[in-house]
Design a binder for this molecule. Structure first.
Ligand code: ADP
Length: 288
């Protein structure tokens, strides 16, 4: 099982004629609501890759639909708490040129209780995986518990914050980050990814693919050639697929290759959680 202490967001996308300025009231011409949050995206990706995924998190009174959506995608949502704080959300304005601005409200994602976490992990079996990203509270608590329970502790260092990564680093078996985040880590700590005492590290390189370090030794996985139309959710899809492979006991090289295929397919699609490809699509995809 993959235990994911993860964010759940409502991504609310408003179509506007132009981005509103200070003091301006502006009528949107359209609005759509999607399931989002890095945590939820990773849960959906891992479930679509065929893994058993238990999501640990919280939604507010306005977020039951998000929990239901996760359930529909095959994620175990029994450890998602209902709290009084509004569900985490992103208010995204998109103008006619496709420029956007985003207001992020963490809300319920920062109101996960220690009890909730403890109760969820009390049914975790040794050998399972625990994953976190930097959009919830309790990251360090979870990492420590995961280590004590003999889980493989995984962390996606996004959105990047140097002190958040550093706090969980001593407990990690697997760290995944993109090229920019790897550079931010180097600038903040003076450590490059090869210096870290983490067994598995993956740096994703966008259209260049990904580099996997096993105890500091690198292997490259070039990207599949596709026509990219929307790269949102590519990293989360990649991470979910790697985790699913690890959970199934696949050799890392195979897990990374499969993740590379899944993420390549993902960038050819508009949307996020709702369009993450399943294992059958990933296996059947043909790339040039
Ligand atoms: P993030 O979305 O977290 O910034 P990246 O941009 O590094 O992460 O992308 C994650 C993964 O998505 C890459 O490792 C690669 O597998 C895939 N990917 C991203 N952009 C492309 C692209 N243009 N063509 C093919 N694959 C891509």
């Amino acid at each position: 099982t993959i235990w994911n202490l993860g964010s759940i967001n409502a991504d609310m996308i408003y179509a506007v004629p132009h981005l509103p300025g200070p003091g301006e009231s502006l009528a949107a011409t359209g609005m759509e609501r999607f399931l989002g949050g890095k945590g939820a995206n990773m849960s959906v990706a891992a479930a679509r890759a065929g893994a058993q995924v238990a999501h640990i998190g919280a939604v507010g009174p306005d977020g039951r639909w998000a929990q239901d959506r996760l359930t529909e995608y095959g994620v175990d949502t029994r450890h998602i708490d209902g709290v009084e704080v509004p569900t985490g959300h992103a208010i995204i304005a998109v103008d006619a040129q496709g420029e956007n601005n985003i207001i992020l409200f963490p809300g319920s994602n920062h109101a996960i209780s220690q009890d909730q976490l403890g109760q969820a992990l009390s049914s975790a079996q040794q050998g399972g995986l625990l994953v976190m990203q930097n959009e919830t509270n309790l990251q360090v608590e979870a990492a420590k518990m995961g280590r004590d329970l003999g889980l493989t502790v995984c962390y996606a260092a996004a959105p990047f914050q140097a002190d958040a990564v550093q706090a969980v680093l001593p407990y990690l078996d697997f760290l995944i980050l993109n090229e920019i985040e790897a550079e931010q880590l180097r600038q903040a700590t003076g450590q490059s990814v090869t210096d870290l005492e983490v067994e598995h590290v993956i740096v994703t390189l966008g259209s260049k693919g990904a580099r996997y370090y096993h105890r500091g030794t690198a292997s490259d996985f070039p990207a599949y050639k596709v026509k990219a139309v929307d790269t949102t959710g590519a990293g989360d899809t990649f991470t979910g697929y790697v985790l699913a492979g690890m959970d199934r006991g696949m050799p890392m090289a195979q897990a990374v290759s499969q993740a590379n295929r899944a993420a390549a397919l993902m960038v050819t699609r508009h949307g996020t959680a709702d369009v993450i490809p399943d294992l059958k699509e990933v296996r059947e995809a043909r790339f040039d």
